[in-house]
Design a protein around this ligand. Sequence first.
Ligand code: GLN
Ligand code: ZN
Length: 760
Amino acid sequence: MSHRTHLLGFPRIGAKRELKALLESHWKHELDEAALLQGAKALRQKHWLLQKGAGVALSPVGDFSLYDHVLDAQLLVGAVPPRFGFDAAALTTAQYFELARGNRDQPALEMTKWFDTNYHYLVPEWQADTAFAAQPQRLLAQVREARALGMAAKPVLLGPLSLLWLGKAKGAAFDKLALLPGLIAAYRELLAALRAEGVEWTQLDEPILALDLAPAWRDAFAPAYAELSPHAPKLLLATYFGGVAEHAAWLKALPVAGLHLDLVRAPEQLDAFAPGYPADKVLSAGVIDGRNIWRADLSALLQRLAPLAEQLGDRLWLAPSCSLLHCPFDAAAETALDAELKNWLAFAVQKLNELNTLQRGLAQGRAAIASELAGSDFAREQRRASPRSHDPAVARRLAELPEHADRRASAYPIRAEKQQAWLKLPPLPTTTIGSFPQTPAIRASRAAFKKGELAAADYQAAMEQEIELAIRRQEALGLDVLVHGEAERNDMVEYFGEQLAGFAFTQGGWVQSYGSRCVKPPLIYGDVSRPAAMTVSWARYAQSLSAKPVKGMLTGPVTILQWSFVRDDLPRSEVCRQIALALNDEVRDLEAAGIRVIQIDEPAIREGLPLKRGQRDGYLAWAGEAFRLSSHGVDDATQIHTHMCYSEFGDILPAIAALDADVITIETSRSDMALLADFGRFHYPNAIGPGVYDIHSPRVPTAQEIRALLRKALQVIPAERLWINPDCGLKTRGWPEVEAALAAMVAVGRELRQTLAHTA
Ligand code: GLN
Ligand code: ZN
């Protein structure tokens, strides 16, 4: 008996981010199109051969993309937004990149997050009259490429329902499902072409099944797949990022040849599928975690899978839970991590081997994989017992937290009064979100310091000079609450992670974020604590330069958690609480150092929301508690700010209010203050600073624009609770535009104050 192993997708960026290099030199006109395409082909081949070498039975084809697989899916069905004026049947590579990145006349397709990952896809644009026509050529060419290498190729396509759902309806309102018949016809043609090519299996990804799907969408699946399957290769319908147990009955009856389930995110869903699993279907068990970087517990997996293998025989397939796109490439390439920690990791390459070991263990028995099992058990046991991952003091501290430790001593109105007693801020106080321009000089100092070319004292002096510059400029501008400017920070999560115990950083652990962009998330492997103050000296220095209050600047626990790879042996909520306590140490030290306005940024709270509504309240409860814990125990007179940079939180306002920050600054300018209406209707209780200009563009806002936005804000937020600030941090901007924009902002603030004084 043998269980096939397969992958839903593989990291296309390459072990050394080769694709990034290819793309960026092509975009800079240093590499011509032929060389780019040749390089991409070589990369695909390398990845296929790697998979073959690791014994993967079915390799994905079509998961590779020059920019984005959702864009590729749109092009496969010939759906090019008409605003570009391109011919879908003859799309050039240059046009492909114009869709992805925009051109002189047209902005790029909008980008948004791929479910709950940090990958961003290009949003399809649907119109009532969008027409589809299959364009299978590129995919067929890749199938032939893979076959030429002797691969068993399994084309991977985004499924029709998910593709349609992920797109945005443009123009006159219409029901997206009205486009389904045309789309299905195009898919039928695509699949028929694959079948004619001799393809045995094709994977159709339908990740929307893990969301709360409206009945109309759910009910569209069966008829759609009934139309597809007669002309198609064998279809494997892949679900991931969550459980689909509520759909088990109809999924089991769907006319497809196999189902893939994410048994890492939702192991319990097996109970809904295994009993009476249809005899004509393959079940692909996604048991290797495609979303995290830890070694699998092979022994436990073998045990879990044994009854399933017994039941299904070779109709049981083995796979990672989802595409390995979300994993870094190769842990073996890490040379700076300590050996113990490194032995706990499995990046994409290691996961291929785990899959192979599992397959052999199931087929031939434990004895056949004795040494691999011993290795896996050893790593597991070492991790479980290691003082590296367990710090009893952290556990004790959390256990000993008194009940309601996360609550401020007094309610907001009392705190606000005590804060104002010493702050003596004018009405409509002005501030910024934290960072000021990261000039080439700042970057050069930081790089030299990291390379050991700049002595610590010289680096400190350089940063202090930047702080002084920022303070002087803010004073000259007349801002009310100042910041030190964050010159010492490149990436904020990296800045804090590097100083916290329990975090590690890789050299090559890159994960694609979008196009050629990658991120390198820190690894949280152990109990988190703060060995020493992280920001106090910078803040104290800044405060020493001014009589105005300087706002301390921290990144919040939920954001740090969300942008890291998190240990899988503790609940995320627990890790978040640990980070919160570590940050709380910093908050208290800042307070003791006289920094009594402290901002704790939480730009990632919203993106941590679970995909299923039913799980959201639970998440928001622990995320909110962690935020409050990070500032617990501060004096009523200490003013806690938070900042979030997105404009859709109408749906989570109660949770935002429950953070109980004294002041929240949010992005609003691009939505023309639309968000504020939500805040007004909700009667948001504390102070709020709606961003009055968009920092994503170098454009300097006019006083008139700022005035108009603030007038709107004043209609829904009482003046005594309204702050004035930009949308977000200014680190990507240049000083001239920042000074001009802030000058306009401060001037409008002063003018409005006078008006208020007159009307009062
Ligand atoms: N304080 C940070 C800054 O100003 C906030 C960044 C963010 O919200 N993403 O850069
Ligand atoms: Zn922001």
